[in-house]
Design a protein around this ligand. Structure first.
Ligand code: GAP
Length: 554
């Protein structure tokens, strides 16, 4: 259950997380349970802050995104339509000698080998792959292992009652697309955001919380018009600068501009909570890596202490979030499997179509037809004929000419737990301090961005045994409490208390001293405010304290 001892930095982080109450092993008193983690008092606050910042920036602060909170267990038909029942699996193999179990792709990667497929599409281990437990080369051939956790709904454990714990939050958004559209008065382009638990029975959970079996996701499905509709309405799809943020959304944006926009928006989000661009990396999925329906997928990576170096010694990082352009696959699948229409009607498109030249109409019709035919062919059910597919694609393209289409989607999908781990790794700092007597000690400071810091301010009376100081400090605590997470601490020397708050990552501490009480009349009702990262101190009026802290910690 314990982390491998190979990464000293990770070991230190894991130890601090336990010692200070950020993260505990789930069910620790019973020996733990692999792939499950609990968040202690500081971790719980950190997580709440992260989720709230995501929710505010992705929904409340935007006109074009609505929120959703769906159930974890849904109709199993959803997972059939999404493809999870048939294809959501990892290749697994076992060591015949020591019986250790592996995810075959990870086992190969760890040995700088590549897992390949044979002509029948089955995974095969390259020659020389060894068990990392006992070194044996006697390994079973990889076989697919479905990652969904199964359960039964109701008292009867029969096949008819099988249900799954959701392996992603996204599918509920697609399944509720029409309800949200109708009740939120949104129009395409618009998005639906959701934060919630997801479960995957990972073959080998690893790297602390990075790959867990229970985790949380923050997902946005942003629905956009197909490029053919944009071209019909605006004459052309907007062109974009080669790099960088494309700016405020424009009506003539096609999927590429929206995809770039969301990648850049998400990077700005990470920068806004303290993860600088230098700590991040990008992986643009290659055509071979992309799902057949996806047009592009950019992964935002973070350089974790366990992230591997490439041949040039550069750390690329590991995935924090994926931003995928998923075409109209998801809603199309739910339309086909549920029999319920998932398309929208667009007046602007219908009006514009009538004004197009017959050549332009024919060109757009044909491109839309080809895309639909391609999707329908790749997703065909057993027995579906080429004629049936062509008939359906023709109906779909005729629908476009009347202003109807199934929206396409851009999906920024982030993991809460991975982000928490990135924030902790990024904040962790240790220095050795030597006092006047030559005694050295290691000092830990968690340099969280104030917006995510679990505690925003420590309130400290200079002395515990002076009721005037204590009462004043309690009054300051109560003044700030409705607005932010405050920690009151009166035990130990002031230096020790500062050190405790530094380890918790508290960006500011205020000390109530005799000047606060008016010993120096000019300083009556002021406090000493100490900055965590450089130890700088300044004097602030209590009457200004709330606004000062509030603006710096939100
Ligand atoms: N709906 C798309 C989707 O679920 P994904 O790449 O499988 O895509 C999205 O997951 C994000 O969820 C990942 O970038 C990662 O942050 C997080 N995630 C996925 N599996 C995880 C696991 N086993 N443990 C922790 N986080 C995980």
């Amino acid at each position: 259950m314990a982390e491998p001892k190979e990464n000293l930095q990770m070991e230190k982080i894991v130890s601090l997380c336990k010692r200070r109450g950020f993260i505990f092993q789930s069910s620790e008193i019973y020996g733990g349970i692999n792939g499950f983690w609990d968040y202690g008092p500081l971790g719980a606050e950190l997580k709440r802050n992260v989720k709230e910042l995501w929710w505010n920036s992705m929904t409340r602060e935007r006109e074009d995104v609505a929120g959703l909170e769906a159930t974890i267990i849904m109709s199993p038909a959803i997972w059939k339509a999404s493809g999870h029942v048939d294809t959501f699996s990892d290749p697994m193999c076992d060591c015949k000698k020591c019986k250790k179990r592996f995810r075959a792709d990870q086992l190969c990667e760890d040995q700088n080998l590549t897992l390949s497929r044979n002509p029948e599409g089955k995974f095969v281990l390259p020659v020389g792959t060894r068990c990392t437990g006992c070194g044996s080369v006697e390994l079973t051939e990889p076989r697919p292992f479905n990652l969904m956790f199964k359960t039964y709904v109701g008292p009867v454990e029969s096949e008819d009652n099988v249900a799954y714990l959701r392996p992603e939050t996204a599918q509920a958004i697609f399944a509720q697309f029409k309800n949200v559209l109708e009740t939120s008065r949104q129009k395409v382009p618009f998005g639906i955001g959701q934060i919630g638990k997801a479960f995957r029975n990972e073959v080998t959970p690893r790297n602390y919380t990075f790959r867990s079996r229970e985790f949380e996701q923050m997902e946005l499905e942003f629905f956009i018009k197909p490029d053919e509709a944009i071209e019909a309405i605006h004459g052309a799809v907007a062109t974009m600068p080669a790099t960088g943020h494309p700016g405020e959304p424009q009506p003539d944006w096609g999927w590429q501009a929206w995809h770039r926009y969301w990648v850049e928006e998400r990077v700005r989000f990470y920068e806004g909570i303290g993860l600088s661009r230098e700590t991040l990396g990008f992986h643009h999925q290659t055509p071979e890596e992309l799902a057949h329906y996806a047009r592009a997928c950019t992964d935002i990576l973070f350089k974790f202490p366990f992230s591997k170096k490439d041949d040039h010694g550069n750390v690329k990082g590991d995935e924090l979030e994926g931003i995928a352009a998923r075409s109209d696959f998801d809603l199309s699948q739910h339309q086909r499997f549920s029999g319920k229409p998932m398309g929208v009607f667009d007046d602007e498109l219908r009006a514009a179509w009538g004004k197009l030249s017959p050549e332009k109409q024919a060109d757009l019709w044909k491109r839309y037809y080809d895309n639909r035919k391609n999707y329908l062919t790749k997703s065909a059910r057993p027995g579906e004929t080429a004629e049936q597919i062509q008939k359906q694609a023709t109906e779909d393209a005729n629908g476009l000419a009347k202003g109807q289409y199934i929206p396409h989607v851009i999906e920024p999908s982030a993991g809460v737990d991975r982000l928490i781990l990135a924030l902790i790794a990024n904040a962790y700092s240790e220095t050795v301090k030597t006092d006047a007597k030559g005694k050295s000690e290691t000092v830990f400071v968690m340099k969280f961005h104030p917006r995510v810091a679990p505690i925003k301010v420590g309130v400290l009376p200079l002395l515990k045994n002076k009721p005037e100081l204590v009462n004043k400090a309690l009054a300051v605590r109560d003044l700030l409490r409705p607005w932010m997470n405050v920690f009151y601490d009166d035990s130990g020397s002031i230096g020790k208390r500062y050190a405790r708050q530094d380890e918790a990552g508290t960006p500011f501490c205020v000390t109530i001293d005799f000047d606060t009480l008016g010993e120096n009349p000019e300083l009556l009702d002021t406090v000493t405010l100490r900055h965590r990262d450089d130890g700088r101190q300044e004097r602030l009026k209590i009457s200004e304290l709330r606004d000062w802290l509030f603006t710096r910690t939100r």
